[in-house]
Design a binder for this molecule. Structure first.
Ligand code: FAD
Length: 290
């Protein structure tokens, strides 16, 4: 398929991109890695008259300061997979990225583009939710910070205003005695997830009692979704009933049926993958697994 005709401009800065977006209105779109936008153009699912290429707008690399891992919006998936700071401070994300598309997609796709695209099966979106990431967004009135939990609206739609651009993603660095796990079910390698689960578990100072546990799910709703495993207070990894936690979360879901899987199958996957993710996250938190 061939994309409809469009005008193209390479923005030299995010400020220029915002100005062009504001002037172009609904007919203008940001182009980052192009791994979602170009297929949509080629399939004629999007008809922007102006593409604003931001690839020259920012040359920064990942950095860490003040307990936050800062990922510039143009950070490629491949960098998330390989960068030492990402592997050290958010190993969950580095692991999850392995499941995103294929080598070509990971070479070009960006973290900002992935979050802005708001795919409900997104590995990156679910990691952003479970880690409590914040997204820095620049618009005509300056920068604002949006919690990932408030970014996703519905299928392929965010709460960002039309003239806003994501510039950074800020992720709290992994804490001591925090374990993580990413679990995904796909029919074929490089497919979009049927269901994926990201989990974080944190233990107390004696590395015994679970003091925090969170999961995020992809592929079970119109957007990536946070869920509370509702583990009893003072429970240890050995005593926690992760199967019950997975069942309770799955029971609250109402996944849709589509060509890839029935809603019931997705619910069943969610139950199994949540239990598996919590169990592995706990094992990592206690040091029993790497
Ligand atoms: P683009 O395609 O350039 O843009 C996507 C959207 O975001 C557009 O609407 C654009 O205007 C907007 N946008 C881009 N950057 C910004 C910004 N900084 N601020 C505001 N808006 C912005 N994704 C998954 O999550 N999991 C998968 O398993 C997966 N598999 C894939 C397999 C294939 C074969 C392909 C082609 C894609 C796949 N993807 C998958 C999508 C891929 O990860 C994309 O890279 C990602 O969704 C979008 O990033 P991008 O930089 O390419 O954005």
């Amino acid at each position: 398929m061939v994309a409809p005709a469009f005008d193209y401009v390479a923005a030299e800065s995010y400020d220029e991109a915002v100005r062009l977006l504001a002037a172009g209105g609904e007919d203008a779109k940001i182009l980052a890695g192009g791994q979602s936008l170009m297929p949509m153009l080629n399939l004629r699912l999007a008809h922007p008259e102006l593409l604003i290429d931001i690839n020259q707008a920012d040359q920064r690399s990942p950095s860490v300061a003040g307990g936050l891992l800062r990922l510039p919006a143009l950070t490629r998936h491949r960098v998330l997979l390989e960068h030492d700071l990402v592997r050290q401070h958010c190993p969950l994300l580095a692991d999850a990225i392995r499941h995103v598309g294929n080598v070509r997609v990971r070479n070009r796709g960006t973290i900002g583009g992935s979050l802005a695209h708001a795919d409900p099966t997104s590995e990156i979106g679910s990691c952003a939710l479970v880690t409590g990431a914040q997204v820095v967004v620049r618009g005509p009135d300056g920068d604002r910070t949006v919690p990932a939990a408030e970014l996703f609206d519905t299928y392929w739609t965010t709460t960002m205003a039309p003239a806003e651009v994501i510039t950074d993603v800020l992720i709290p660095v992994a804490r001591p005695r925090q374990g993580w796990s990413f679990q995904e079910m796909v029919r074929r390698t490089s497919d979009f997830a049927i269901v994926a689960v990201a989990a974080l578990v944190e233990l107390d100072e004696r590395a015994e009692v679970i003091i925090a546990a969170r999961v995020a799910l992809a592929g079970v709703a119109d957007r990536v979704t946070l869920a509370d495993p509702e583990l009893p207070a003072e429970v240890t990894c050995a005593d926690a009933d992760f199967d019950a936690a997975g069942a309770a979360i799955a029971d609250r879901l109402e996944p849709a049926t589509d060509v890839h899987a029935s809603g019931e199958y997705r619910r069943r996957l969610a139950r199994v993958l949540v239990a598996r993710a919590l169990r592995q996250a706990c094992a990592r938190a206690t040091g029993a697994a790497t």
